[in-house]
Design a protein around this ligand. Sequence first.
Ligand code: ATP
Ligand code: MG
Length: 259
Amino acid sequence: MTVSIAMAGKGGTGKTSIACLIIRYLLRHEGSPVLAVDADPAANLGLGLGLNFGNTIGSILAEYNENKLAIPAGLSKDAFLNSKLNESIIESQGIDLITMGRGEGSGCYCFPNNVLKSFIDRLLPNYKFMVMDNEAGLEHLSRGTTESIDHLVIVSNHSVKGARTVGTIIQLISELKLDIKRRWVVLNQSPDKVDPLVEAEFARLGVSLDARIPEDRLILEYDWNQRSLLDIPEGALSVTAVDKMMKLILSKRSSEVRA
Ligand SMILES: Nc1ncnc2c1ncn2[C@@H]1O[C@H](COP(=O)(O)OP(=O)(O)OP(=O)(O)O)[C@@H](O)[C@H]1O
Ligand SMILES: [Mg+2]
């Protein structure tokens, strides 16, 4: 069975960076193949992984809807769309990437989102792991992109607002009765000692922290130099923390449901 991991959390808290480091761990310690899914319309998982992406699902659908795709004779529209979607997969060593991108028009991602979901369902059996990066906030939860996943990694920064967003996400998961086997709360760019006010907010929300990832200048430097986070060396502060978190996550069977 494919183990699926998805990201959630407030904007700019480190979802994409941590998704890359999770993939780094899986490739080095758990084996491939890994399917990386960029379900954030802003599309920057590929950048973090050092993979160039070409056509996004959104751009293929836009062309499809505007009848700009020249469909070869003898092929149905659906079959042709599927072959185009297959072509959008970026293949690299041990890892394939699909990127949702933006839908056409003014901000409706429903159609690309639905196509993405059925495309993932079809691809999933071919992979050992699936890691999905998501946009900030709650949209992907209510749209169901993050449904039926084994591990939801909810990222917060060291702030009361970050903690509150974690609380809202957890509440929404239960309201929408999403099929998420386990959720994990991660404090990113965590100082050695968590501020008592931030700690108090997590406590008030009844949320305990499963992992803490420290500030790591290498993450920024790799971003500035457009280097792949898959290449951050062993022993880097962020790598050590994410590796520890992944050992914890994978030690729990997804059948162990936590409310
Ligand atoms: N542990 C860390 N140490 C240092 N810098 C970090 C760390 N985690 C993330 N960053 C930096 O913080 C910024 C935001 O990170 P990232 O893009 O991963 O967040 P995000 O949650 O995916 O953002 P968005 O909501 O916009 O998708 C980036 O510049 C990244 O390089
Ligand atoms: Mg991101």
